[in-house]
Design a protein around this ligand. Structure first.
Ligand SMILES: NC(=O)c1ccc[n+]([C@@H]2O[C@H](COP(=O)([O-])OP(=O)(O)OC[C@H]3O[C@@H](n4cnc5c(N)ncnc54)[C@H](OP(=O)(O)O)[C@@H]3O)[C@@H](O)[C@H]2O)c1
Length: 309
């Protein structure tokens, strides 16, 4: 399956494979391609005719160090885009060890194997590495203090990647939505089917991230040697209430959205109130910021409709 093959949906290798910025042929391993981001990263790589392999759990489980390492040694990717993660934020409070073994130990195994084969690696991180106080935009090196187990595991994953691989991109994102999975947009559209009024949290402020737009950026990044840490969400900030209202406005659904505080809507895992992320590092490296989130949502809604048709 590995030799001369690319892709989830297997494409045969050909002579016109896309190369990186200095002309070397790229061979990309994508983890988590059954998830929201991994799915769109694979689609984007395919579109660009970049050789890739989208790994699923039967290829390797991140909890099994030797299966991870053996896979990477065999495939010898030049790039690893690590989209797989334990992402059940509330459940993680009760499954700390499982979350740690996937997000920290699994990432460590992948990074060590990546170093052995001289691959560069993209590690996807989160706004949850920050404490979320105040109303400033977080800069890359601002003080980290994850307020929940999931955030702590993702922060530890960042540390592991930095300590093992020089050739890394750490990309912090937030409020993800994509065609291949569950997310806030889908939940709102479903709830709207049998509710006229919804109460939505209005004191958590952040930015949605459309996986299609992020995948475009990640594919540009891996063709470069502009290693480092980045924040990459769609442009603009909003509360979850604002986000919900825009979803219903664009879907032409007459739903009344009432704001509520996080304190009045307790969840197992604490959430940061301020998830504003500064994009200066993207600007400084000459990467394009992602489009505004309203526009991203508009394109996503069109994609959802097409998927339904
Ligand atoms: N979702 C968000 O709002 C959000 C916010 C900030 C950052 N992020 C980060 O963004 C990245 C992508 O998130 P996403 O929303 O696309 O995730 P997702 O849809 O939940 O997908 C997670 C992927 O990880 C795979 N996976 C989980 N445990 C695994 C294991 N033990 N071994 C191998 N694969 C495993 C899953 O495979 P199965 O299908 O087999 O379970 C799935 O493909 C993650 O790093 C996440 O931490 C997400």
């Amino acid at each position: 399956m590995l030799s001369g093959q690319a892709g989830y949906g297997a494409e045969t290798a050909n002579s016109s494979w896309y190369t990186n910025d200095w002309g070397e042929k790229m061979k990309v391993l994508v983890t988590g391609c059954t998830g929201q981001l991994g799915f769109d990263v694979c689609r984007q790589l395919k579109k660009r005719n970049i050789e890739y392999y989208g790994a699923v759990r039967t290829d390797f489980d991140l909890r099994d160090e030797s299966s991870v390492k053996n896979f990477v040694r065999k495939m010898k990717p030049t790039v690893i885009i690590h989209c797989a993660a334990y992402t059940a934020v509330d459940k993680a409070e009760d499954e700390k060890e499982l979350c740690h073994s996937i997000n920290v130990e699994g990432t460590k195994a992948l990074a060590e194997a990546g170093k052995e084969v001289n691959a560069k690696m993209v590690y996807i991180s989160t706004d949850y590495v920050f404490p979320g106080r105040g109303s400033q935009f977080y800069e890359i090196n601002d003080n980290k203090e994850a307020v929940n187990v999931y955030g702590q595991s993702k922060l530890a994953g960042e540390t592991v990647v930095r300590s093992i691989l020089e050739k890394h991109f750490i990309v912090r994102i937030s409020w993800v939505f994509g065609i291949n999975g569950h997310n806030f947009v889908r939940t709102m559209l479903k709830l709207a089917q049998d509710h006229d009024t919804l109460k939505i949290v209005d004191d958590q402020i952040g930015s949605p991230t459309y996986t299609h737009d992020l995948a475009v950026l990640l594919c540009d990044m891996v063709a470069s040697a502009k290693y480092g840490t980045y924040h990459a969400t769609n442009e603009g900030v909003c509360s979850w209430k604002d986000f919900a209202e825009e979803i219903f406005r664009q879907a032409k659904m007459d739903i009344t959205v009432i704001g509520q505080s996080s304190a009045s809507y307790p969840t197992k895992a604490k959430r940061p109130l301020n998830s504003r992320l500064s994009k200066k590092s993207l600007d400084n490296a000459g990467f394009q910021r992602l489009p505004d989130w309203h526009d991203a949502l508009y394109r996503y809604m069109k994609e959802l409709k097409l998927a339904k048709d």
